[in-house]
Structure formats: C-alpha cells, structure tokens
Design a protein around this ligand. Sequence first.
Ligand SMILES: O=P(O)(O)OC[C@H]1O[C@H](OP(=O)(O)OP(=O)(O)O)[C@H](O)[C@@H]1O
Ligand code: HPA
Length: 183
Amino acid sequence: MLERLIHSLETSPVMKRGEYNYFINPITDGVPLLEPALLREIGCAMVRVLDLKDVDKIVVCEAMGIHIGVAFSMMTDIPLVVVRKRSYDLPGEVAVHQTTGYSKGELYLNGVGAGDRVVIIDDVCSTGGTLRALISAIEQVGAEIADICVVISRGDEDIGRPLKTLVRIEVSETQVRVVDTCL
Ligand SMILES: O=P(O)(O)OC[C@H]1O[C@H](OP(=O)(O)OP(=O)(O)O)[C@H](O)[C@@H]1O
Ligand code: HPA
C-alpha cells in the first residue's frame, strides 16, 4: 500500500520559496497531474487509519485539502466542510490566523457547531501552523475533534494533539526522501 504516493514523492521536484524547500507533488499542488489511482490509494489508507466512530463532519482547508476531502467524503458518506481563506460574514463564522513556512493569512470556519464530532484531514503538515489554526477554530465553536490525519508530514510539528500521518518525509534542497509510512 502507498506505493503510488511514495513514488510520487520520490520523484517530486523541489523549488525555493524564500528559504523554504518546497516540494511540488500532485497531492499537495495538483501539479503536474493528479491520477485517480493515487487519490483512491490515499482515500483507502485514510479510511483504514482514521477513527470515524460517531463522526458527523470532515473538515478540510482550502485549497489542497479539498480533493482529498472530496474523495474521503464520497468513500465514507460523511459530509464535508471546507475552511475558506475568505469571509462569508455568516452568523457563527469563526476567523483564525494561519501561519505556514512561507505564508500568513486568515481562515474562516462555517458549518461546524457545538456538539459536532469531526475529523480534520489535510494534504501536508510542515510547521503545523495550519492544523493549529483549524484546531483552534473547531474548539472555539465547541465541536469535538475525533481524529486528525495528513497525507504527508515534514518537519517536527507540534500541534498539541495526536497527529496521524500516512507518509513522513525529509526535504533537502534537491530531493524528497520518504523516511516512514503508517501502513
Ligand atoms: O504545516 P503548515 O506549515 O501550516 O503547512 C501546511 C499547509 O500548507 C499548505 O497550505 P497553503 O496555505 O500553502 O495553501 P494551499 O492549500 O492553497 O496550497 C498545505 O495545503 C497545508 O494546509
Ligand atoms: O513543501 C511543500 N509542498 C507543497 N505543499 C506544502 N505545504 C507546506 N509545505 C509544502
């Protein structure tokens, strides 16, 4: 399992974004091309790894959590909430600050409320800034987080909660190395 993901990572180009070594991969960028079989492989792995007991919503972040969330939602029949990078000014919307290794911005959560039990999924965790922001927003509305899973982890993130990861990688200036897998 995860052979397609591992191959895609080991052949990912790396570019500089400031000082940050940014790998370019179909799952994290949609570039150059996202194969359905790769998306299916990831969806199946997440179904095996995540605790879905009594979960009523999947939470992902715009943009590169969306395709993973859609695949996962269609496989599990659990509804999907997309945390957006622009405000809708709806009643109950929660805004949180997001800082990543190369950017800063605001995230806006709608559609999750007190009593909901959710899982968070995302493409990659690097500094953990995005996951920390998502956790904060979900806690502010009084929902419960059942589990968190990312496809790829790089770095020594601390998000203050257990984090499940399909594949752990190291990124140098020129290449990606897969150092661990969960399955
Ligand atoms: O652990 P972190 O340092 O927070 O990095 C991980 C986040 O960075 C990327 O999102 P980004 O905000 O760049 O937007 P994108 O999904 O639109 O590419 C990625 O999709 C993760 O959500
Ligand atoms: O190196 C990266 N590549 C793609 N997406 C990312 N999100 C955080 N870091 C990265």
